[in-house]
Design a protein around this ligand. Structure first.
Ligand code: BT5
Length: 324
């Protein structure tokens, strides 16, 4: 059954290249050595490369490049986020799926992952380009006990988590463009979309969508975004381990959402500002009804952008597209 295969993959991954004997595994799971062998075959059919050495046992050599839970969860360092993981090869949008799962009662911390989206979306119904197997297209369901007005701050908290994960896994140094873009060399490598399910009792669920360009080449992007987008691989020429990236991202997302819920935005604001490419710079903020130009002076404790126009007036910007 699936849980034994899952557990076996976990043991092999944790063994970190050491051999585990068939007898040891059989004893651990209370099954026969033949049954262990069958589960090994099942993993091989999924694309795992497992070496079996006479008298010593099984060594995991390679894991397929997939975002299936079985490849991610064993080494996941979180208590909550990602403990439940929904995976689907292809879907219109993980946001749509996550909304549905949330309505059906999916627990706090449920993660939805896919290899490609046919109708990936950004803010204001804009399209999100989601090349198959090249990125991380993910939605996280959170059920924090906070008022709906705080929802936009989760975008900023998630942005800090994204930057930390990219730094940790690749060594690259991304910047945050308020409110939801992560940039490398001025090009967008990640977008964040926070949506809300709420009623009279408050927030039922927050759906945090994260789209991260990992291993695309320029030609993997649609012509519309080729001039503005980049991937981690395009920055340093290295194929990034998407599984490690997801684990790191979920780890920091848990750390920082906990910090936010326990202590508010104060600490995170300091981190956010240190990664920001917006603050202290002249910017143009395009909003639904007007466009303002001025200096982005900072963000408030609520995450509202403070923009000072040339006439000296300070404006609080809640939502806009920023041009620099
Ligand atoms: C965003 O919107 O940046 C939020 C993107 C969220 C995507 C994730 S993927 C998993 C989850 N499921 C979904 O369906 N969505 C979430 P916004 O700030 O509105 O930016 C959208 C704009 O970014 C588009 O109009 C394009 O100009 C540009 N764009 C589209 N795809 C891109 C890509 N892959 N990389 C960089 N830029 C892109």
């Amino acid at each position: 059954n699936i849980t034994v295969t899952h557990e076996l993959a976990k043991r092999l991954m944790e063994a970190g290249g050491e051999a585990l004997s068939g007898q040891y595994l059989a004893d651990e799971f209370g099954i026969s050595r033949t049954a262990v062998w069958k589960h090994i075959k099942e993993l091989e059919e999924k694309g795992y490369t497992i070496e079996s050495i006479k008298k010593r046992g099984y060594i995991l050599k390679e894991i397929p490049d997939t975002l299936e839970p079985i490849a991610i969860q064993p080494l996941l360092k979180t208590a909550k986020i990602g403990q439940v993981m929904e995976y689907i090869d292809s879907c219109p949008s993980t946001q749509i799926l996550a909304h549905k799962f949330a309505q059906e009662g999916a627990p706090d911390g449920t993660v939805v992952l896919t290899e490609t989206q046919t109708a990936g979306r950004g803010r204001l119904a804009r399209k999100w380009d989601s090349a198959p197997q090249k990125g991380i297209w993910m939605s996280v369901i959170l059920r924090p006990d906070v008022v709906p007005q705080k929802a936009p701050q989760f975008t900023l908290v998630a942005a800090v988590a994204v930057v930390r994960a990219i730094e940790e896994v690749t060594g690259l140094k991304p910047e945050i463009k308020w409110p939801n873009d992560i940039l490398l060399n001025g090009r967008k490598c990640t977008g964040i979309l926070t949506e809300l399910q709420s009623d009279a009792d408050g927030i039922q669920a927050l759906i945090i969508g994260i789209g991260m360009n990992a291993n695309q080449e320029l030609e993997d992007f649609s012509p519309e975004v080729r001039d503005i987008a980049t991937s981690l691989k395009m920055m340093d020429g290295k194929t990034v381990d998407r599984q490690e990236l997801v684990r790191s991202l979920l780890f920091y997302l848990e750390q920082y959402t906990n910090l936010y819920i326990e202590q508010g935005f104060k600490m995170l604001k300091i981190m956010w500002e240190s990664y920001s490419s917006t603050i202290g710079r002249p910017v143009r903020a395009r909003m639904a009804k007007e466009t303002l130009e001025g200096i982005a002076e900072g963000i408030t404790d609520e995450g509202v952008l403070q923009l000072r126009t040339n006439d000296g007036k300070l404006h609080g910007i809640y939502s806009a597209d920023i041009e620099m």
